[in-house]
Design a binder for this molecule. Structure first.
Ligand SMILES: [Zn+2]
Length: 309
């Protein structure tokens, strides 16, 4: 279902203009029972997923998009469901997931905003600076602030959302400073956020790929029965398939960085060699973030991380 006609708008990112498609799309998953799940994103580079858990009497919004433009579309979709929004969940602190939170919170001021202590603390400490930085790239379509989450999700906590019981599974540093996942074991559903992506060029700039790989090993066992894993970027799939793909990407990228840069300073030639190898190994994988040189940024961060070992 398309909910708006395709348009394009150029955003400035660093020195380069990036054209981000603004058509948005939604896809419905019906895992059974009374729960429906709507995935909301737009195609192409810098796409990010939000999900709406649609229960019989309420709905829950998982992650809030990057800019006010997409967040307003997400709000429009939620309003169209004509169910009260009982909660808004933020999976982690990255701007593609929390940048639009102010728009969503303002639209549904009675909904609790849930996040881990890590995400809460990073937003409180760095939220304003992060949005100021994003405004340099995106201009007025970035909201002014990130609202401080109103309720902390504790690791292992169980809560009912959209009529289903979920467990809060909290991870430490991996793709971000932390990752909050929601697990409905009885239904075989996992909101996996950015622990995994599906056929996308990931963000490795936080420099925690070693810890991330360890989390993926643990996740493969814990979520072996999850048939519907909801990633932060790309399509939903069984969790084992997403874990294996994410591990393969991280391992091959780390090996490439090790072989090409090793412990030396990264040169422009080395970075561009890594980019072309990566692009031929993973052709057409959209980038999860707007910088056109995301692969080079990833390579620099991974080289620095591996040099610290
Ligand atoms: Zn993301």
């Amino acid at each position: 279902m398309r909910i708006s006609p395709p348009t394009r708008r150029a955003f400035l990112v660093g020195a380069a203009a990036v054209s981000l498609p603004l058509c948005v799309r939604a896809q419905a998953y019906q895992p059974g029972g009374a729960l429906n799940i709507v995935k909301f994103d737009r195609p192409g580079d810098a796409s990010v997923n939000s999900y709406i858990l649609v229960g019989p009497r309420s709905q829950v919004i998982l992650d809030c998009q990057r800019t006010a433009v997409e967040a307003r579309q997400l709000v429009a979709m939620a309003r169209g469901l004509e169910l009260p929004v009982e909660a808004i969940v933020l999976s982690h602190e990255h701007p593609d997931h929390v940048g639009g939170a102010q728009v969503v919170r303002d639209a549904f001021p009675d909904a609790a905003m849930l996040a881990s202590e890590t995400t809460h603390d990073v937003i409180r400490r760095d939220g304003a600076a992060m949005m100021a930085e994003m405004k340099r790239f995106f201009g007025p379509v970035m909201p002014d602030a990130v609202p401080i989450p109103t309720r902390i999700l504790r690791p292992g906590e169980r809560l009912r959302l959209a009529g289903v019981e979920w467990q809060v599974d909290q991870l430490g540093p991996c793709e971000a400073a932390g990752m909050t996942m929601l697990y409905a074991e009885a239904q075989g559903i996992l909101f996996a956020a950015d622990l995994v992506g599906n056929r996308v060029t990931p963000w490795l700039v936080d420099g925690h790929t070693t810890a991330w790989l360890a989390e993926l090993v643990a996740a493969r066992q814990r979520y072996a029965g999850v048939g519907l894993a909801l990633p932060g970027h790309g399509s939903a799939a069984p969790m084992v398939a997403l874990v294996d793909e994410q591990r393969a990407y991280l391992e091959s990228f780390r090996a490439e960085v090790m072989a090409t840069i090793g412990t030396a300073q990264p040169t422009p030639e080395a970075l561009s060699a890594i980019r072309s190898k990566t692009e031929s190994r993973y052709p057409g994988y959209p980038k999860v973030a707007p910088p056109p040189d995301l692969i080079e940024r990833n390579a620099r961060a991974v080289a620095a991380e591996l040099a610290r070992r």
